[in-house]
Design a protein. Structure first.
Lengths: 86, 328, 106
């Protein structure tokens, strides 16, 4: 059962990665990276249960915070730092 | 199953690395380096190196990406086109890489129990640490006590990096006159960002509290001074992003910030000196109290606090320096 | 009782993984940024919630369940706001949604 969840998360990571690499606009990439970060959180949580050591959930907690802060920082710089949006 | 996960992650890593080298849009590459750091953190978790994964994600995917983007907003966003491929550089890179790969053939297999690294120092620390130091997280006990001198050096390196950034990017005093002009477009944008502001009012205290938790929980689980400092700095950076740099500068005056940068390192070195004055060696924490393990606990607590303070204030002041510059 | 919890968590984990995969497919195949935004934002939050609740059922009443609750709360707080912020920044930067010309109602 954890294997099914892990496979689902890995497939989603791959698809988000492809969108991040090929997104025509900057915002596509930001969206894909945000999704990738959330999937990393799920990956850590499921990996903990898969390998029988769920004590590492502190990591997943940190990634949620870092993902959010990273997304907001990127958006502020795109909006006010005069980064090209092409 | 773990091997399949491992290989999939390494394949993603290779994909992202190739894409980073091929792209010319520097904004996309800095965002992709954040993705690279997240993947590395996943791989470290699969390898059971949780403290490293913690720091890698916090620093690589969070602070590093923010600082790269701050730099990009001061320079150009396109890579300069190369006129012709550089064959000499390629030859040197291939030769060096080939020599390194050839060197790995002589190394012991990954995870081999007969490897020297698992024969001498590893079992000694694992056997001795619970009784001598009494801290459940052995990474912390090795980092803070057995190899405390190296960690002092690392903290000094972080301190020096902050000095370099402050010297190069010192915030100009003249900006106070310009800020009255620049504030008007910012005010408009802040009204648009009301959802963000309300949400961050709820969220930032949680982040800071979590930073404190990671700081003091480093003895029992993954965590410690470095990670806690980065999380603390991330909370302050979020406040500064949502409410403007000037307000953040009012809350944490730069003088206080710079003072705390020095204070953290002084706390660390001061603990070493204190143990020197109490009839021990430099950084021998057992001299700090009557009972040896009690002294070790006090010593580890103080130096982790010093590291946490230094890292948090260094990251914050670097962010303030970077984003305080406008492209002139 | 244990069997019910086991099957419930199995169902939730599968649903969550499936939703995440659907979101990934959406982000890859939909034609425009704003439609991809829909796919990413909705499935991110809901799929993650299902997976995390499924894991919570697996671990019973323990510290791990408390940490999973914290992760769920943080995720529900931040994921929709991040989605909103991305869409707003795109709109303010002038990115136009792709509008398909309406056919005449004949």
């Amino acid at each position: 059962m954890f294997i099914a969840a892990m496979i689902g998360v890995l497939i989603t990571m791959l698809m988000a990665l492809v969108r991040a690499l090929s997104g025509p606009t900057v915002f596509d990439r930001i969206l894909a990276v945000n999704m990738f970060g959330t999937k990393t959180v799920l990956f850590i949580a499921v990996l903990g249960f898969l390998s029988g050591r769920p004590e590492f959930l502190d990591l997943a907690l940190v990634y949620v915070l870092i993902n959010f802060i990273g997304t907001i920082a990127i958006l502020k710089f795109v909006r006010f730092g005069k980064v090209e949006t092409a | 199953m773990i091997h399949v996960v491992d290989m999939t992650l390494l394949a993603f890593l290779a994909l992202v690395a190739i894409a980073i080298t091929r792209m010319t849009n520097l904004f996309a590459t800095s965002v992709l380096t954040g993705v690279y750091s997240l993947l590395m953190a996943c791989i470290f978790t699969v390898l059971d190196a949780v403290d490293v994964a913690f720091t890698e994600a916090a620093v690589g995917a969070g602070i590093s990406t923010v600082l790269f983007l701050a730099t990009l907003s001061l320079t150009t966003q396109r890579e300069k086109p190369q006129r012709s491929p550089n064959w000499k550089a390629l030859c040197v890179a291939l030769l060096t890489g080939g020599a390194l790969v050839y060197g790995t053939f002589d190394m012991p297999h990954f995870g081999d129990p007969q490897a020297p690294v698992h024969q001498h120092v590893g079992p000694h620390y694992i056997g001795v640490s619970p009784t001598q130091i009494g801290v459940p997280n052995m990474v912390t006990s090795v980092l803070a006590s057995y190899r405390g001198y190296d960690t002092l050096g690392e903290t000094a390196v972080i301190f020096t990096a902050c000095m370099a950034v402050l010297l190069l990017l010192q915030h100009e005093k003249r900006r106070d006159e310009q800020s009255a002009v620049e504030e008007k477009p910012d005010k408009e944008a802040m009204e648009h960002a009301m959802i963000l502001r309300v949400q961050s009012k709820f969220f930032i205290p949680l982040i800071l509290l979590f930073g404190l938790y990671v700081q003091f929980h480093g003895d029992f689980g993954p965590g410690g001074g470095f990670q806690a400092g980065v999380i603390f700095a991330a909370g302050i950076i979020l406040y500064s992003l949502v409410n403007g740099l000037d307000k953040a500068r009012q809350i944490i005056p730069p003088n206080v910030l710079h003072g705390l940068v020095a204070f953290g390192l002084l706390l660390y070195a001061g603990t070493g000196l204190a143990s020197l004055f109490m009839d021990g060696n430099f950084l021998q924490y057992r001299a700090l109290a009557e009972e040896a393990t009690h002294g070790e606990h006090i010593g580890i607590l103080l130096i982790e606090l010093g590291v946490g303070i230094t890292v948090a204030t260094v990251m914050t002041s670097m962010f303030f320096s970077f984003s305080g510059r406008r492209r002139s | 009782m244990d069997l019910i919890v086991y099957y419930a968590s199995w169902a939730l984990l599968s649903c969550g993984a499936f939703l995440c995969a659907v979101g990934g497919l959406g982000i890859l195949r939909l034609p425009d940024f704003y439609s991809r935004q829909h796919a990413a934002g909705i499935t991110d939050t809901l799929g993650s919630a299902f997976v995390l609740i499924g894991l919570m059922l697996q671990s019973g009443f323990s510290l791990n369940a408390a940490k999973l609750v914290m992760i769920l709360i943080f995720l529900i707080l931040t994921s929709p706001v991040a989605t909103h912020a991305i869409a707003q920044a795109a709109r303010q930067s002038g990115l136009e949604p792709k509008v398909v010309a309406e056919e005449d109602e004949a």
